[in-house]
Design a protein around this ligand. Structure first.
Ligand code: HEM
Length: 527
C-alpha cells in the first residue's frame, strides 16, 4: 500500500499562509453553502476545538496512534474532531471498526478527494487512492483475481528464490541488511508483476518507483498543497505566480507515467517478439480484448494499473514488517532459540524451509503474526471517507467524515494481548498449535472492510519465506560496542502513514559452517 496520504498529519503540514488562505476559503464556503445539520443526534465526543480552524493545534504529528490511544481514555472508543472544516472520526476498538467498516461498508469505503495526487500527479493508477465506485471496483476485481488466497501460491517459487538471494546477500554484506530487505521485495514484486529481473543497484525501474513514492509522501500530507483544499486551483496555469505546485506536479506526473507504463510496454514488446517470460502483466495483456473492441482502452488501462499497483503497494510495506522481525530477533534471543529449534526439528540441517513445511511450523507461524502486530506497518491503516450522513450508536456522523481505525490500539489492547509491548509469539499458541481463539493481527493490521489490503495474502507468504529462511541459517544478535559488549536495542519506530523501526544495527552470522554452505549452495544468482 505504501502509497496513500496520511489523513491526520495536519498541524505540521500547514504553513502559515496556507492556513490563512484556507480560513478565508472556509469562511466563504461556509457562508455560501452552510448546511443545516441533518440530525438532532450529537456528534461523537472529542476534544473541543476553535471555530473554523477546529482542532488544528491538537492534532498530534508524532505517532498519532499513541495520542489517540490516550484520548480514548477521556472520550471513549469513538473520537470526533474537525480540522479546517474537515471532520475526522477515530475508532478505537474492533467492535467499532467492525460495525462501521464491515457492517456499513457501502457507506464507509470512499477515500478523501486528493486533486493534487490524483488529478495533477497522475496517481490515478493506484487503486488504493481511487474514490469508491465502479472504476475502483473494476480495478479491485482485476487485482483480486491475481492475489486472492487461492491463487497466491503460484508466486511461491519466486518468493523462495528471492529469499535465497537475500540470504546470500546477507552473507556478503550483513551490515547492509536494510538495503537487502528492500532489494528482496523490489526484486520479488518486479518479477511477479513483469517478469523483470532487477539490477543489484541503481535499477532504473526501482529508482523511478522510489521517486514516485517520495512525491506521494510529500503531496500526501493533507494541506501540503492548497489545491487539495481549493480544487479549482488546479486550473491555474503553470506560469501563474505561486503556481509552483503545478510545476512540481508536472515533474511527478512524468515519473508516474514512467512507473505505470515503461515496464508494461516492455512486457508488451517482449510478447510481440515472443520472448516474454510469464508474469502478471503478460497474463493481463494476453487476455485483453482485440484492438478494435470498444472496451480495449479501458481494459488496457486497468491491466497496466493492476501490475503497477502491485509494485507501489507492495514494495515498501512488507519491508517494514521484516525490519521489525530483525529487531525483535536481536532483542528477544529466547524467541529466536525456540524458533530455530522448531525449524531444526521439522526441516533438519540439510535444506532450507519450504512453503510445504509451513503447516508443521506453528511457532514460526506465530512469529510471523507477532511480527505484524508488535510494531505495526500502518498503525492507523488508511482513512475511509463516509459517503452519506449516518447515525450510529446514538451519534451523528456527517457525510465527508474521514474515518480512521486505530489499528495500533486494537492490536495493543491489554485486555486482549497481555504485555502488548512485548514480542511474544506464544500468545497465538495453545498446546503447541496455533490457537484459533487468539486475536489474529489480520483483523486490523491490513486495514478494514471493502478497502482492506488486497495484497495481504502475498505479503504473508513473503514474510514467511524470509523469516523461516533467515532463522534456519542465521543467528541475529544485538550490535556490539567497542569493548565487544552487546548494545541494548530499543523498540522505536518512525511516525507517518508507514511506520518503520528507527534504523538500528545488529550482528548477523551464519549459525554454523554447514549453514553457510547451505546459503551458498541455494543461491541461484550471479556471484
Ligand atoms: C505488511 C504488508 C502490508 C501492509 C501492512 C499493508 C497495509 C495496507 C493498508 C492499511 C491498506 C488500506 C486498507 C484500508 O483502506 O482500510 C492497504 C491497501 C492496499 N494494499 Fe496493502 N499492505 C501490505 C502489503 C501489500 C502488498 C504486498 C501489496 C501488493 C502486492 C499491497 C497492495 C495493496 C492494494 C492494491 C491496496 C488498495 C486496496 C483498495 O483500496 O481497495 N499491499 N494495504
Amino acid at each position: 500500500m505504501g502509497t496513500i496520504s496520511a489523513t491526520l498529519d495536519l498541524a505540521q503540514a500547514y504553513p502559515y499562509h496556507t492556513i490563512t488562505a484556507s480560513l478565508f476559503f472556509i469562511l466563504v464556503v461556509n457562508a455560501l453553502f452552510f448546511r443545516k445539520r441533518a440530525s438532532s443526534l450529537p456528534l461523537p465526543p472529542g476534544p473541543k476545538g476553535f471555530p473554523l480552524i477546529g482542532n488544528i493545534f491538537d492534532i498530534p504529528t508524532d505517532k498519532p496512534w499513541l495520542v489517540y490511544n490516550e484520548w480514548a481514555k477521556i472520550y471513549g472508543d469513538m473520537i470526533y474532531f474537525k480540522v479546517l472544516g474537515q471532520p475526522f472520526l477515530v475508532l478505537h476498538t474492533l467492535e467499532r471498526t467492525y460495525d462501521i467498516f464491515e457492517k456499513r461498508s457501502s457507506n464507509y469505503s470512499d477515500r478523501a478527494r486528493m486533486p493534487m495526487i490524483l488529478e495533477l500527479m497522475n496517481w490515478d493508477y493506484n487503486m488504493a487512492l481511487l474514490p469508491y465506485g465502479t472504476w475502483w471496483r473494476r480495478h479491485r476485481r482485476a487485482f483480486h483475481e491475481h492475489f486472492h488466497p487461492g491463487v497466491v501460491a503460484k508466486y511461491q517459487p519466486i518468493q523462495s528464490r528471492e529469499a535465497r538471494g537475500f540470504l546470500y546477500r546477507l552473507l556478503v554484506s550483513p551490515e547492509n541488511f536494510r538495503h537487502h530487505i528492500r532489494h528482496a521485495f523490489a526484486a520479488t514484486i518486479m518479477s511477479i508483476a513483469y517478469g523483470i529481473t532487477v539490477k543489484e543497484s541503481n535499477d532504473p525501474y526501482i529508482l523511478n518507483a522510489e521517486e514516485a513514492l517520495e512525491g506521494l509522501s510529500e503531496a500526501g500530507v493533507p494541506g501540503r498543497f492548497l489545491v487539495d483544499l481549493i480544487p479549482v486551483l488546479k486550473y491555474v496555469p503553470k506560469w501563474f505566480p505561486g503556481a509552483n505546485f503545478k510545476r512540481k506536479a508536472a515533474r511527478w506526473r512524468k515519473v508516474n507515467v514512467d512507473v505505470a507504463q515503461k515496464p508494461f510496454y516492455y512486457v508488451k514488446d517482449q510478447m510481440t517478439k515472443g520472448t516474454a517470460v510469464p508474469s502478471l502483466a503478460a497474463t493481463l495483456i494476453d487476455r485483453l480484448p482485440g484492438d478494435n473492441d470498444p472496451s480495449r482502452r479501458e481494459e488496457e488501462k486497468i491491466a497496466q494499473d493492476t501490475a503497477a499497483v502491485a509494485y507501489v503497494g507492495g514494495a515498501d510495506t512488507t519491508v517494514s514488517a521484516v525490519q521489525s522481525f530483525f529487531l525483535a530477533m536481536a532483542m528477544y534471543p529466547e524467541v529466536q532459540t525456540k524458533a530455530q529449534a522448531e525449524i531444526d526439528q521439522v526441516v533438519g540441517w540439510n535444506r532450507l524451509p519450504e512453503f510445504s513445511d509451513r503447516p508443521s511450523l506453528p511457532y514460526i507461524n506465530a512469529l510471523v503474526k507477532e511480527s505484524m502486530r508488535w510494531q505495526l506497518v500502518t498503525p492507523l491503516a488508511v482513512g475511509h471517507m463516509c459517503s452519506r450522513d449516518d447515525e450510529y450508536n446514538g451519534y451523528f456522523i456527517p457525510k465527508g467524515t474521514i474515518v480512521v481505525g486505530n489499528s495500533w490500539a486494537i492490536l495493543h489492547d491489554p485486555t486482549v494481548f497481555s504485555d502488548p509491548l512485548e514480542y511474544q509469539p506464544e500468545r497465538y499458541l495453545k498446546d503447541g498449535r496455533l490457537d484459533p481463539n487468539a486475536r489474529n493481527p489480520d483483523v486490523a493490521a491490513f486495514g478494514f472492510g471493502r478497502r482492506i489490503c488486497a495484497g495481504r495474502h502475498m505479503s504473508d507468504n513473503s514474510l514467511y519465506a524470509i523469516v523461516s529462511s533467515v532463522l534456519a541459517v542465521y543467528d541475529i544478535r544485538p550490535p556490539l560496542d567497542d569493548e565487544g559488549n552487546p548494545i541494548q536495542l530499543k523498540a522505536e519506530v518512525t511516525s507517518g502513514l508507514l511506520s518503520y523501526p528507527v534504523p538500528f544495527k545488529c550482528t548477523i552470522k551464519p549459525r554454523s559452517p554447514a549453514a553457510e554452505a547451505l546459503i551458498r549452495d541455494s543461491f541461484e544468482g550471479d556471484r
